[in-house]
Design a binder for this molecule. Structure first.
Ligand SMILES: *Cc1c(COP(=O)(O)O)cnc(C)c1O
Length: 445
């Protein structure tokens, strides 16, 4: 194994811990705790792989949004990660919720989330999604295609009433990867301003007395760390609002700028500066509205990743260490079935050895999963102590968003459990998917 001789200690430096939950401590090398709970103890008690979620960090992040955007409505995007506890925390902290399916909706409502603080999104809402949304009385439905207008109006009925927004394509390219850029013309979401689809859809909504158009919506993409695309979006959206006022005398009370705020996955990476984003967006919105003679609409934002991502840590057990082709492969007991993000978007992580004091010499390693694909890589260019071996525990920080929510049943491994840690206590939120669970769905022969 090639060893990098650097004056390192195996205790994490503050810089290394910057991407971990802020409650993280490492009282001695390998003894990392999150939320006052030792990660090695969590692994021992609940097995591996396991997702550890720091309740305090989720709440702190919700509050950071409320503090940065006191005048705005902040909706947590449930698709990043949702379970009943998460819905409780988000509701407690005064946020609303974005859902994309009847499933997410039912989970939230079952947890007591008030339906009027829930927004339904989706480019292909099924009849079932719409039916459940209307049944529960969601606060808003965001219209994403012209055909939805008549469908929603019919489902609401002539005496009914439903608040809706329209998802507009602002024609802005931003986001960490092609697959998560949603503000441009050449992707499936929203209605374009440039070809007039958005304007025609709005005219049709205004013809439906049972639909109340409360505002425009856009979502530029995900993992955006620069403020500028949001300011460009504000200008485009206000431009459209001004035209709508001219044409229809319409004064829309809300403007939803979506989510997409980027976070650091590895030490030293940039993250969206919330305070700066809030200040700049507020200034741009005030100025653009003044110039257009519009009343400033109430802002809505929809963070997902930035609320849940940094609050989660994934724990894996090393199954084998193999030296081949000039590389060192550290294979763990999870992988692309619980975290498809590296395979999908080529993202990179900075895993750490926990549970024991490792060698002070670090080696470049590739942390891979257990699945039957060469692309099942969790961290392509990690550095771990050069004595890493089978049985070791590996912790992967920034694992709270788009890991479990995108998990699959590949290789019938079963999805990992979620354990909340808070104030020195650990509790199970979502149990491990068992072989029985997998068996019980297989009903034919
Ligand atoms: C995914 C999504 C979000 C959240 O995106 P993040 O990158 O997790 O902040 C917000 N709004 C809409 C409409 C989305 O599709």
């Amino acid at each position: 194994m090639t060893t990098i001789h650097e004056p390192v200690t195996t205790t994490a430096t503050p810089e290394e811990l910057a991407v971990w939950p802020s409650s993280t401590t490492e009282p001695h090398p390998g003894g990392a705790t999150v939320g006052g709970v030792s990660l090695a103890e969590v692994a021992g008690r609940y097995g591996t792989p396991v997702y550890v979620l720091d309740e305090g960090e989720v709440r702190r992040r919700c509050r950071a949004y409320r503090d940065a955007f006191p005048e705005a409505e902040v909706h947590y995007a449930a698709k990043a990660f949702l379970c009943r506890a998460m819905a409780h925390w988000v509701r407690d902290e005064g946020l609303g919720l974005d859902v994309c399916s009847a499933g997410e909706l039912e989970l939230a409502v079952a947890a007591g989330f008030p339906a009027d603080r829930i927004v339904l999104h989706g480019n292909a809402k099924t009849p079932h999604d719409l039916k459940r949304a209307l049944w529960y009385g969601v606060g808003r439905i965001v219209i994403d295609s012209p055909s939805e207008i008549a469908r929603i109006a019919a489902a609401v009925g002539p005496d009914g009433h439903q608040k809706v927004m329209v998802r507009v394509v602002p024609g802005i390219s931003a986001g960490g990867h092609d697959k998560i850029r949603t503000g441009t013309e050449d992707q499936k979401f929203g209605l374009s301003i440039s070809d007039g689809y958005a304007q025609r859809a709005i005219a049709r909504i205004l013809d439906q007395p049972q639909l109340e158009l409360t505002g425009l919506h856009c979502h530029l993409g995900s993992q955006i760390t620069d403020v500028k695309p949001y300011l460009a979006a504000v200008r485009r959206m206000v431009g459209l609002m001004a035209r709508l006022k001219e044409q229809h005398g319409l004064a829309l009370p809300e403007l939803d700028l979506g989510g997409g705020h980027g976070i650091a996955y590895r030490p030293g990476e940039p993250a969206m500066d919330l305070t700066r984003l809030a200040r700049k967006v507020r200034a741009e919105l005030t100025e653009a509205c003044a110039a257009a003679g519009l009343t400033v609409p109430r802002l809505v934002i929809e963070p997902g990743r930035a609320v849940a991502g940094p609050a989660g840590v994934a724990l894996y057990r090393v199954v084998s260490v193999k030296h081949t082709g000039g590389r060192t492969f550290v294979a763990v007991d999870g992988g692309m079935s619980d975290n498809p993000r590296p395979a999908l978007y080529g993202v990179r992580y900075a895993p750490r050895l926990v549970g024991r004091r490792g060698s002070v010499d670090l080696a470049p390693v590739t942390v891979v999963g257990r699945h039957c694909e060469a692309g099942d890589v969790l961290a392509a260019d990690a550095r771990l102590p050069d004595d890493v071996r089978a049985g070791d525990l590996i912790a992967l920080p920034v694992a709270g968003a788009y890991h479990l929510s995108m998990a699959s049943g590949y290789n019938a491994v079963g999805r990992p459990p979620v354990v909340a840690v808070h104030a020195g206590r650990a509790r199970l939120l979502v149990r491990r998917e068992s072989l029985e669970d997998i068996h019980s769905r297989d009903v034919g022969l």
